[in-house]
Design a protein around this ligand. Structure first.
Ligand code: NAD
Length: 433
C-alpha cells in the first residue's frame, strides 16, 4: 500500500524555490514507496542539522568584509554526511538544503555508506583575490569545525571551489586537531592524499551514463552531436570525454558566454583557450577563435543528440523545455530541470538521465578517496576508473529496471531507489529516544 505524503511542515528553508522543488520530488517518490510509515518521510523533508555562520575576512585593502556561510546535513542515518562546498553569489540556506537532500538520495542510489550534506558561501569568486579566497575558506572551516569530521561530515569541491580549496580546508582542520587528517575532505590534490581521477570523475560518470543510454535507444555515439552548458569541472571533462568518443560538441556555454560551431568544436583548443590562457582570468569560453559567439539564452535550444546541462539548477524551465531539440539529456548539474519541464520533456520523448544518477561519479570517487585515506593505501588510476565504471553501470541498470517495472520516468525510479534506502534505514534504526 502506498503511503500518503506527510502534512506540510513549516521551516526556514521554504522560501527557496529549489528547496520546494526537492521536497516535491521527494513527495512524488514517496507515492511509489510501499510500507513506510509517513512520519519517516516527514523527517526526510527537513534537514537533520543546519549551521549558518558569519565569516569575517581581512580583504587585500585591509578592510574587513562579512560573508555568510552554510553547512547543511540532510541526514546522518546512513553514515558520515558527504557533500560539496559551493561558492556562488546567490547561495542561500534553502538551496544548500535542497542540494544536501539530493546528496542523500544520490548516495542511496550508489549504495555508498554516506548521508547527504552540502555547504555554501555567498560570494562572487570572480570578485575576490586568491589570498581573500584562502582566508575566507580557512575562517569558514574554523566556524563549522564543531559539526565536521572524517566520521561526521566530509566536504568536497562544487561550483566555485576546487582541489586548492580542499587543500586549505585539510590544512586548517589538521592544524586544529594536531595531526595530518587527509580524510576530512575529498577532491584534494593527489599529492596530499587525493585520489587519481577524482577531478575527472563527475564528467566521466556523466559520459558513462550517456554511453549506456545511447545503447538503450540505439544511438551511435560516433558522429553524434552534443551541447554542453557549463565549462567548469564537470562540463569541461564531459566535453573532453565526448570528444574522445567521436562526438561532435557543437556548442558550449558558461556564465559569461556561449560559442557555436556546427562542424564540431576543437575541444583541446577550447581547453587551452579557457585554462592555459593567462589573458583569460575568468576561465570563460568567450573569445574562442574556433567558434562563433551565440546568445547565452539560445544555447539550450541548439539542435543536438546529447544535451549536457553542467552548470546550475533550474535552467531547464517549462519554456526552455519546449525549445529543446535533442534525444538524450544527461544532467551533470544538480537540479537543472524543473518539475514542469520534466513533464514537457517526457511528452517529447526525450531520454532524461537524472542528476542523482548521472552526476554520481563524483561522490563515488570521493568515497574511493576517503576509503584510501582511512586505509592509507592508494589505488592506481586504472583501478579507480574501472571501479567507477562498474558502480555507474550497476546503478544505471538498477534504475532502468525500476523504471520499466514501475512504468515511471527515470527520475522517479532513481528517487524511489534512493529515498527508499534511506527511509528503510531510518525505520529500522527507530526514532530516538
Ligand atoms: P565549476 O565551478 O567548476 O563550473 C561551473 C560552470 O558553470 C562554469 O563554467 C560557470 O561559468 C558555469 N555557470 C555558472 N553559472 C552559469 C549560468 N547561470 N549559466 C551558464 N553557465 C553557468 O562547477 P562544477 O563543479 O563543474 O559544477 C557544475 C554543476 O555540477 C553544479 O550543479 C554542481 O553542483 C554539479 N556537480 C558537481 C560535482 C563535482 O564533482 N564538481 C559533482 C556532482 C555535481
Amino acid at each position: 500500500m502506498a503511503t500518503n505524503p506527510p502534512e506540510h511542515v513549516s521551516n526556514p528553508f521554504e522560501q527557496s524555490i529549489v528547496y520546494r522543488m526537492a521536497v516535491n520530488q521527494l513527495r512524488d517518490a514517496a507515492r511509489h514507496i510501499d510500507g513506510i510509515e509517513p512520519g519517516i518521510f516527514s523527517r526526510l523533508e527537513v534537514p537533520k542539522r543546519s549551521m549558518v555562520v558569519s565569516v569575517p575576512v581581512r580583504m587585500d585593502d585591509n578592510s574587513t568584509r562579512m560573508f555568510t556561510g552554510y553547512r547543511v546535513q540532510h541526514s546522518i542515518t546512513s553514515g558520515a554526511s558527504k557533500g560539496g562546498l559551493r561558492y556562488a553569489k546567490n547561495v542561500d540556506l534553502g538551496e544548500v538544503a535542497a542540494l544536501a537532500m539530493w546528496m542523500s538520495w544520490k548516495c542511496g542510489i550508489m549504495g555508498l555508506p554516506y548521508s547527504g550534506a552540502k555547504g555554501g558561501i555567498a560570494v562572487d569568486t570572480a570578485a575576490i583575490s586568491a589570498g581573500e579566497k584562502q582566508r575566507l575558506t580557512r575562517r569558514f572551516t574554523e566556524e563549522v569545525l564543531s559539526i565536521i569530521g572524517p566520521r561526521i561530515d566530509v566536504m568536497a569541491p562544487d561550483v566555485g571551489t576546487d582541489e586548492q580549496t580542499m587543500a586549505w580546508i585539510y590544512d586548517t582542520y589538521s592544524m586544529k586537531v594536531g595531526y595530518a587528517c587527509p580524510e576530512i575532505v575529498t577532491g584534494k590534490p593527489v599529492e596530499l592524499g587525493g585520489c587519481v581521477g577524482r577531478r575527472e570523475a563527475t564528467g566521466r560518470g556523466v559520459v558513462y551514463c550517456i554511453e549506456m543510454a545511447a545503447e538503450d535507444i540505439k544511438l551511435p555515439l560516433g558522429g553524434a552531436t552534443a551541447v554542453v552548458q557549463g565549462y567548469g569541472n564537470v562540463g569541461s571533462v564531459a566535453c573532453d570525454e565526448l570528444h574522445k568518443r567521436g562526438v561532435k560538441v557543437v556548442a558550449v556555454g558558461d556564465r559569461y558566454a556561449a560559442v557555436h560551431n556546427p562542424r564540431g568544436i576543437d575541444i583541446p583548443a577550447l581547453h587551452r583557450h579557457v585554462y592555459e590562457n593567462r589573458d583569460n582570468p575568468l576561465k570563460t569560453v568567450d573569445g574562442f577563435a574556433g567558434a562563433a559567439k551565440l546568445p547565452l539564452d539560445d544555447l539550450l535550444a541548439v539542435k543536438c543528440d546529447l544535451l549536457v546541462p553542467a552548470a546550475m539548477e533550474r535552467v531547464i524551465t517549462e519554456e526552455v523545455a519546449k525549445k529543446i531539440d535533442c534525444k538524450i539529456i544527461a544532467e551533470g548539474a544538480n537540479g537543472p530541470t524543473t518539475m514542469k519541464a520534466d513533464a514537457v520533456l517526457l511528452d517529447k520523448g526525450i531520454f532524461v538521465i537524472p542528476d542523482v544518477l548521472c552526476n554520481a561519479g563524483g561522490v563515488t570517487v570521493s568515497y574511493f578517496e576517503w576509503v584510501q585515506d582511512l586505509a592509507q593505501f592508494m589505488w592506481d588510476e586504472d583501478k579507480v576508473n574501472s571501479e567507477l565504471r562498474k558502480q555507474m553501470a550497476r546503478a544505471y541498470k538498477r534504475v532502468r529496471a525500476k523504471m520499466l517495472e514501475r512504468k515511471v520516468p527515470m527520475r522517479t525510479a532513481a528517487l524511489v531507489i534512493g529515498v527508499e534506502k534511506v527511509a528503510k534505514e531510518k525505520a529500522m534504526r527507530g526514532l530516538y529516544p
